[in-house]
Ligand binder design. Structure first.
Ligand SMILES: Nc1ncnc2c1ncn2[C@@H]1O[C@H](COP(=O)(O)OP(=O)(O)OP(=O)(O)O)[C@@H](O)[C@H]1O
Length: 382
């Protein structure tokens, strides 16, 4: 557990970076510090590994007041990942990852073996090991940064805007990877971002910081979205919070309907579709490939598979209402495709059923009706 007890940081020029911060970070939790630029997120994080010392108050890590622990000793148990990875350009990837272990006195050979394991854990191709950082993409460099922080197996991981310099697709991958890693490793993670969507996706707990380094709300991601503590938080989570809150609502009650399918093999000899009908084309493993209607079917002879309309986003059995609704909205047939964990077709969901499930859940959470219900429905439909 990491505890901030009435912690204030006043810089020599008088700027108050963090103002009277008290919060507890549970062991094994994923806590995200979020807020606009200059509100004290990074300063708060850097006080945990003593890159910055507080002016007032006490921070404890694992029950120890860290002002009594030498920074070098403290940092052995705290991994640190920063934006742009901060890799050493003249060292190979594997040696970058092995850095902390070597500093700890592990032999170079052993450190490299552990570094390769850490690379595998974060999904890096081991052929990258002998490359230099400049020979990697931005996303790969970030993975190296995470591998380096994890290599020495520290119980605590600090991550300061680690994914903010990569494009949205790579960012999505890295976020997914982080959630997978956390489910396997159960580290105590403190993650700084100014992106509320990233905070909500990753955090078990979200700490919203405001102007002058004042903590505005510390809560679950769902509570920050659905019960913002004050106008500052309401403004930060934004207009789309009703839509975002669908991410926390299960769609397992939404019925999955059967859908007409056509096999990809022999597409050209399929019976003609009725004028307004859509059929889902599946491969030999029943994995959906695309949608077909009569107009597109007429083009199959000429274009083959390229005549199919894209599937839209796919929904899965453990889906949320947001995922279900997105599948419906992004599908040309207005029915969202549901697949199992292997990608095989389970059926389709329909918009009316998604909205009915939303209404039913609104009825069962009367306290939250204003936000979860009306706002969500309006946002979803607008
Ligand atoms: N060394 C310093 N000297 C003076 N003021 C500082 C110093 N470091 C940070 N600050 C100020 O403290 C406040 C908090 O800064 P901090 O970097 O913690 O904010 P942040 O929320 O992480 O912002 P960003 O998202 O832009 O990184 C800001 O007003 C900043 O200008």
């Amino acid at each position: 557990m990491i505890t901030f007890d009435h912690v204030t940081k006043r810089f020599p020029d008088g700027t108050v970076g963090v103002d009277d911060l008290s919060l507890e970070i549970e062991q094994g939790s994923f806590t995200v510090f979020v807020g606009p630029s200059g509100c004290g997120k990074t300063t708060s994080m850097r006080m945990i590994n003593r890159m910055i010392d507080p002016t007032e108050g006490t921070i404890t890590v694992g029950g120890r007041d860290i002002s009594t622990v030498r920074p070098t000793e403290l940092r052995l148990g705290i991994g640190y990942v920063i934006q742009n990875a901060g890799l050493m350009p003249h060292r190979t990837v594997v040696d970058n990852v092995a850095t902390v272990l070597v500093l700890q006195g592990v032999t170079k050979r052993k450190a490299r073996i552990t570094a390769l394991e850490a690379m595998e854990r974060v999904g890096l191709d081991l052929r990258m090991a002998t490359r230099y950082p400049a020979q990697l993409s931005g996303g790969q460099q970030q993975r190296v940064g995470v591998a380096r922080a994890l290599a020495a197996d520290p119980p605590v991981l600090l991550m300061d805007e680690p994914f903010s310099a990569v494009d949205p697709v790579v960012r999505d991958d890295l976020q997914r990877e982080m959630l997978r890693l956390q489910s396997e490793l159960s580290k105590t993670i403190v993650f700084v971002t100014h992106d509320i969507d990233e905070a909500i996706r990753l955090g078990d707990r979200v700490a919203v910081f405001g102007t002058g380094g004042v903590l505005q709300q510390l809560d679950t991601a769902e509570a920050v979205l659905t019960r913002p503590a004050n106008p500052f938080v309401t403004n930060l989570v934004g207009r789309d919070r009703g839509f975002r809150s669908l991410s926390f609502q299960s769609a397992t009650q939404v019925p999955v309907h059967d859908v007409e399918t056509l096999p990809l093999a022999g597409l050209g000899s399929a019976p003609a579709l009725a004028p307004h009908a859509w059929a889902l084309v599946v491969d030999g493993d029943r994995r959906p490939v695309g949608w077909l209607n009569a107009t597109r079917q007429a083009l199959v002879g000429e274009r083959g598979e390229a005549a199919l309309a894209p599937l839209g986003s796919l929904s899965t059995p453990s889906r949320t209402l947001r995922q279900s609704l997105d599948a419906v909205l992004s599908s040309p047939s207005e029915r969202g495709v549901v697949v199992d964990d292997d990608g095989a077709l389970l059926g389709v969901v329909e918009a009316n059923d998604v909205l009915a499930a939303l209404s039913a859940q609104r009825g069962s959470t009367t306290d939250d009706a204003g936000v979860l219900g009306a706002t969500a429905t309006q946002d979803a439909l607008s």
